[in-house]
Design a protein around this ligand. Structure first.
Ligand SMILES: [Zn+2]
Length: 99
C-alpha cells in the first residue's frame, strides 16, 4: 500500500498574482436575489494568501444558485411571529418528487 492518497494537490496556485496559494476558507458570501441581499455564512471559498483573490467553490455556487433560483420556489416574506391558525385541510398534500 504505497499509493499516494492525494491525486490532486491540496492547494492551488493563484492565477491572479502567481505568487500566492489559494487556501480553503469559509467566508460569508453575499449575493443579490432580486432586490434582497442574501448572506450565506460559512460559504466555502478559496482565498489567495497573498493578494486575497477569492475563488468560490463551483459546487457550492451551483448549489446556491439552485436554492436561490426564483423558479424553484417563492421567497416568503411573511414573518413567523405567530403560527397561522389551524385550518381544515382542503387540498391533498403534494407528493414529493423523487430525484
Ligand atoms: Zn493571489
Amino acid at each position: 500500500m504505497s499509493e499516494t492518497e492525494n491525486i490532486f494537490p491540496e492547494y492551488f496556485p493563484c492565477n491572479e498574482c502567481h505568487a500566492g496559494i489559494l487556501q480553503p476558507r469559509h467566508i460569508t458570501y453575499f449575493t443579490w436575489l432580486g432586490s434582497e441581499l442574501i448572506s450565506v455564512p460559512h460559504f466555502p471559498a478559496w482565498i489567495c494568501d497573498v493578494c486575497g483573490k477569492r475563488e468560490y467553490d463551483l459546487k457550492a455556487i451551483t448549489w446556491l444558485n439552485m436554492i436561490l433560483d426564483p423558479n424553484a420556489g417563492k421567497p416568503t416574506k411573511n414573518r413567523r411571529r405567530t403560527p397561522p391558525p389551524p385550518r381544515t385541510q382542503t387540498s391533498a398534500p403534494r407528493p414529493i418528487h423523487d430525484c
